[in-house]
Design a protein around this ligand. Structure first.
Ligand SMILES: [Zn+2]
Length: 280
């Protein structure tokens, strides 16, 4: 798939990650330097609509998104070489890339061979159901308790760790990282005490692991994080069998629900494209 199409397919998921999981991420995506380091592109991933000058308007796609109260557009300036970086970025944010590399000719051939509904099903169904399930679990886990994690919290967290990566102790640009990851196995939450500063590399390498697993015997770093969690009264849910059971149930139910709605939408899609064909 062409890089532009790949990016377009994931914009909504990236922004929903900014809205629901990592509130500071949109600020990074607005930063040209971050975009250069993360994707190897020369424009910021996104730009606020009010800041796009006429001369630059062609560098951004016309669709406007509302993210954390900002109206933004996404840059159209992508090169094929950015593809692995973009896929890596998606994975680091827990987003499953929608489609793997495929031969465009084969793609065209398949389109002619198969009815549109089954084509759409086989291509998207698995990933989309997985995304719906993960998003749901993340939303539930992020909404337990009342407090939210705000800019001040992030500032004080970085200060606590002396503006260093909580894992490798380097002083560099820091990202929000969930020491206990937000998924149905580990039951991490998006709140003060579980969010620690991390360098980009550690963030990417750690992905779905628990901080203790990831740090493998680095007792200094482990106890520093544990002490931090304690100091912020963060009590991990990890051995709460009841919550785990409920989430596993919800995970299954979401799959059934997503499956049902994808079928309905695909039927609609098949009908409208049959109608199109009828016209031609
Ligand atoms: Zn690090």
């Amino acid at each position: 798939m062409k890089i532009g199409r790949l990016v377009k397919q994931h914009i909504k998921q990236i922004f929903s990650h900014c809205d629901n999981v990592d509130h500071d991420e949109i600020n990074s995506l607005l930063d040209p330097k971050y975009s250069k380091n993360t994707f190897g592109i020369h424009f910021s991933f996104a730009r606020e609509l009010k800041n796009i000058e006429q001369s630059q308007s062609k560098r951004y796609w016309t669709e406007t998104y509302l993210v954390r109260g900002k109206q933004v557009r996404v840059t159209s300036q992508w090169f094929e070489k950015s593809k692995p970086l973009f896929i890596e970025y998606l994975q680091s944010k827990g987003i499953t890339p929608a489609e793997h590399e495929r031969n465009e000719d084969e793609d065209t051939k398949k389109k002619q061979d198969q009815p549109p509904s089954s084509r759409a099903n086989s291509r998207y169904r698995g990933n989309h159901i997985g995304n719906a399930q993960n998003l749901f679990i993340r939303n539930v886990l992020s909404s337990i308790g009342v407090e939210t994690f705000n800019k001040e919290n992030w500032k004080s967290t970085k200060e606590y760790f002396s503006h260093r990566c909580a894992y490798c102790d380097t002083k560099t640009k820091l990202q929000m990282e969930h020491a206990i990851p937000i998924n149905k196995e580990k039951l991490g939450e998006h709140r003060l005490g579980n969010i620690v500063p991390s360098c980009e590399l550690c963030n990417r390498k750690k992905s779905g692991k628990d901080f203790r697993e990831f740090l493998e015997g680095n007792t200094t770093a482990i106890s520093k994080i544990e002490k931090y969690m304690d100091s912020r009264n963060y009590v991990p849910l990890d051995d709460n069998a009841q919550i785990k059971k409920i989430l596993i149930m919800a995970h299954k139910e979401v799959a059934a629900l997503a499956d049902r709605y994808i079928t309905i939408i695909n039927l609609l899609f098949a009908e409208s494209s049959n109608a199109e064909r009828g016209k031609a």
